[in-house]
Design a protein around this ligand. Sequence first.
Ligand code: HEM
Length: 143
Amino acid sequence: MTVLDRRSNRLGVWGWLGGGRWGMERYAYILHRITGLAILLYLLLHIVVTSFRVEGIYLWTGNGFLHSPVFEMGEYLVFAAFAYHACNGLRLVLVELGVAVGKPTEPVFPYKTSLNVQRPLLIGMMFLALILVAMGAYAELIG
Ligand code: HEM
């Protein structure tokens, strides 16, 4: 058996999707990547769509192609993706700066994990994201 064989990804897609021993941080990371790419795609499409204005075509008003409940729902999903990405992104920035990760200790066996120390920040930020998503839904419904 070669080194490459031994390192092969036996978990398949689950290896990419599953939190495994990393727990909820792993899911937070996957969602961060998906939402980051989604809002990036939105930004590019937004530039294309609004650029039609140069030709006097307003796709998002009146009987424009994008002036429909489906695309309004899509707009809300972009907001929800952004709310999550921003909250989790701020958490990542704080963790990177050493906030809420606890004090560093000597790496003595059995090693301690800092995951439990920084998890309250993750839960707090997810709660904040949830509040923003709910507020967005409320604004969408009454708007
Ligand atoms: C409040 C606003 C935002 C914050 C705080 C934020 C924060 C972050 C952070 C900290 C990362 C690095 C994650 C890591 O290294 O693990 C990241 C990645 C990324 N962000 Fe943002 N971001 C914001 C807005 C945006 C916007 C508006 C876009 C798109 C237009 C975007 C697209 C991305 C993408 C594509 C990645 C790479 C994801 C990956 O490699 O998994 N972000 N963001």
